[in-house]
Design a protein around this ligand. Structure first.
Ligand SMILES: [Fe+2]
Length: 322
């Protein structure tokens, strides 16, 4: 490595990112906010004989043969905008803190009654992570509607010599009320067939969309431009040395660190590592990641009045984001 690499203790914390392929957060919103959003849904479907075209002909029956069968709409047509803005604000904070992904798509509100489902697919080009937030009643006269997320790896090769079924092949996450489910968009996923009552009140309601990285998030004494300038040379050096190897990998890597008033990096940690090679196995990745972490840890930033906190999302391979 180059000279001037920071001692190992500044990069030790980088070993273990916090996030796997699937994250489930129960009681995600303050209960009163979740309840208010559900109350708007209940009010929308109440008094059916009073429904008017301008307020109620708002559902898109989205049917794609073999893939999607459900109803969807823009949520602000059903749920108060102020509640949605609060939801998105809290999701933005959570996603920025937990995943380092600070850009959110505006969600759909979807309704699954009996016969609705999503076939298996991935959203490799839609975002980095998908989010599904449930406003489904916990007690309902329907079954199904679980989010199904296939486990990683080749299910054929992994199970050549053992019988496998159900949870050994995939994870099923029930649409519990006020539950947030977030998963790597490249994981094969779908929604289990809903069966039972045709009453929408008994169906699966979810707000769903995608999360992806914004530019670096910088808070404190240094400006974004100052941080970028110093980062640029480290990232160019990384590119020169490892571009060919790094091309084999795909996915987001997010680093978080502090810069002291003297311009030194401390507390560097990987908060998200969802980088994989197309071929099975990830043997070379930890070495490449280690080099990148070392380079960033060794940057001499400009000295300034106080501390600066940086979240740095990096994307390997895949479609570029504007
Ligand atoms: Fe999807």
């Amino acid at each position: 490595m180059q000279g001037g690499v920071r001692p190992a203790d500044s990069v030790v914390a980088a070993a273990e990112p916090q996030v796997g392929a699937l994250v489930v957060v129960d009681n995600f919103l303050p209960h009163e906010l979740a309840a208010a959003m559900r109350a708007d849904i209940d009010a929308h479907f109440a008094t059916p004989f009073k429904h008017r075209p301008d307020t109620h002909q708002v559902w898109n029956y989205w049917f794609v043969p073999q893939t999607y069968t459900y109803l969807r709409t823009q949520p602000e047509k059903i749920i108060q905008r102020a509640s949605l803005d609060r939801f998105m604000g809290l999701l933005h904070s959570w996603s920025s803190e937990t995943l380092g992904l600070a850009r959110l798509s505006w969600p759909y509100l979807s309704l699954y009654v009996s016969g609705c489902r999503q076939g298996l697919h991935n959203d490799a080009r839609n975002g980095r992570f998908g989010f599904v937030y449930s406003l489904t009643r916990n007690e309902r006269r329907s079954t199904g509607g679980e989010t199904i997320v296939m486990r990683r790896g080749d299910p054929f090769l992994r199970n050549l010599r053992k019988a496998s079924a159900g949870a050994a092949l995939y994870e099923l996450v029930e649409p519990r009320f006020n539950r947030l489910v977030v998963f790597d968009d490249r994981m094969v996923h779908g929604v289990q067939l809903v069966e039972g009552s045709m009453d929408p009140m008994e169906g699966r309601f979810v707000l769903h969309g995608h999360l992806e990285e914004s530019g670096p998030v910088v808070a404190g004494s240094l400006t974004l431009e100052q941080v970028l300038q110093s980062l640029r040379s480290a990232l160019e050096l990384f590119d020169r040395e490892f571009a060919a190897q790094a091309r084999e990998y795909d996915g987001p890597l997010v680093l978080q660190f502090k810069i002291s008033a003297e311009g030194r990096v401390s507390g560097l940690r990987v908060i998200l590592d969802r980088v994989f090679a197309e071929r099975e196995g990830n043997a070379g990745w930890s070495e490449i990641k280690g080099k990148l972490v070392e380079l960033v840890a060794a940057i001499a930033f400009p000295a300034c009045a106080g501390e600066t906190r940086v979240t740095l999302p990096l994307q390997f391979g895949g479609p570029a984001r504007s």
